[in-house]
Design a protein around this ligand. Structure first.
Ligand code: BTN
Length: 266
């Protein structure tokens, strides 16, 4: 396998994590898996500790939100899942996809990428093409723990990617070190989880809005029950999308709807 920018390497990720946060959880790198989220879920069932991380060179059945496939070509991108520490307050559960999104956006920004967030947790480039996404699922058998799956298009070229997607390498013109990136992402997720446990969603809500696409702009929200036009007014304390429509403000939960700008850009 010709890995652009170097192979994934558990020792390299562990060393980078130690440099960032002292000591990380166990790290596994696999050449090929079905989905890293499924593997971490299995590890959770057999008693894996918090912050166990699995990263893979390739996924055969990588999946995205709302039942979509996640293109996972070999040796190019980041496909990683981590088992979080327990989230004690159940009211915070709907916020978790947004918490993870801010954490990943901060990690990428710290490495020099320009990134924006499309509600609830799509990672976009400045031209609104898709850089990555996050899939938060329950860590079965571990009540309160969650599997956070992160997919970032890192070193892929346009031919490797579906329409509308981009990569860090396409955006910056140079290859990226995926071990450093994985470590930054995991360190940032841990920090975000600690902030959530200590201070709740409020500071993270503010951070999410700093990265938000189309805030204050006209958007179209589409779901099974129809579509709604309005101005994107922000997110509420539970991470729901707030849209100011001519009939008043509507709030939408992640998973129910998708959104796009009304002028068709993005
Ligand atoms: C989305 O934007 O729809 C979310 C994409 C999440 C993809 C990642 S790749 C690592 C982990 N394993 C999966 O099967 N999915 C997530």
């Amino acid at each position: 396998m010709a890995a652009v920018g170097g192979q994934l390497d558990a020792k390299g990720i562990e060393a980078a994590l130690t440099g960032l946060i002292g000591q990380g959880g166990p790290v596994q790198v696999r050449q090929e898996v079905g989905s890293t989220n499924d593997l971490v879920r299995e590890l959770a069932l057999s008693g894996a500790p918090d912050w166990t991380l699995v990263a893979a060179e390739r996924q055969t059945v990588g999946r995205g939100r709302r039942g979509r496939d996640w293109a996972s070509p070999a040796g190019l991108n980041l496909y990683a899942s981590v088992l979080t520490a327990e989230v004690g307050d159940h009211q915070l559960v709907p916020c978790l996809p947004l918490v993870a999104a801010v954490a990943v956006a901060e990690a990428l920004s710290a490495m020099g990428a320009k990134v924006a967030l499309k509600w609830p947790n799509d990672l976009l480039a400045p031209d609104f093409s898709k850089l990555g996404g996050i899939l938060v699922e329950s860590g079965a058998g571990s009540p309160g723990r969650w599997v956070v799956g992160v997919g970032v298009n890192v070193n892929a070229s346009p031919d490797d990617l579906p329409a509308g997607a981009t990569s860090l390498r396409i955006q910056s013109g140079a290859p990226w070190d995926r071990n450093q990136l994985a470590a930054r992402v995991i360190a940032s997720l841990r920090t975000a989880w600690e902030t959530l446990a200590r201070e709740g969603f409020a500071p993270i809500q503010k951070g999410w809005l700093d990265y938000a696409c189309w805030l204050g702009h006209q958007i179209v929200v589409t779901g099974d029950a129809g579509h709604w036009n309005g101005r994107m007014a922000g997110i509420d304390p539970w991470g729901r999308l707030r849209v100011a429509t001519p009939e008043g403000e509507r709030r939408f939960s992640a998973g129910d709807v998708s959104l796009r700008p009304a002028d068709g850009v993005g």
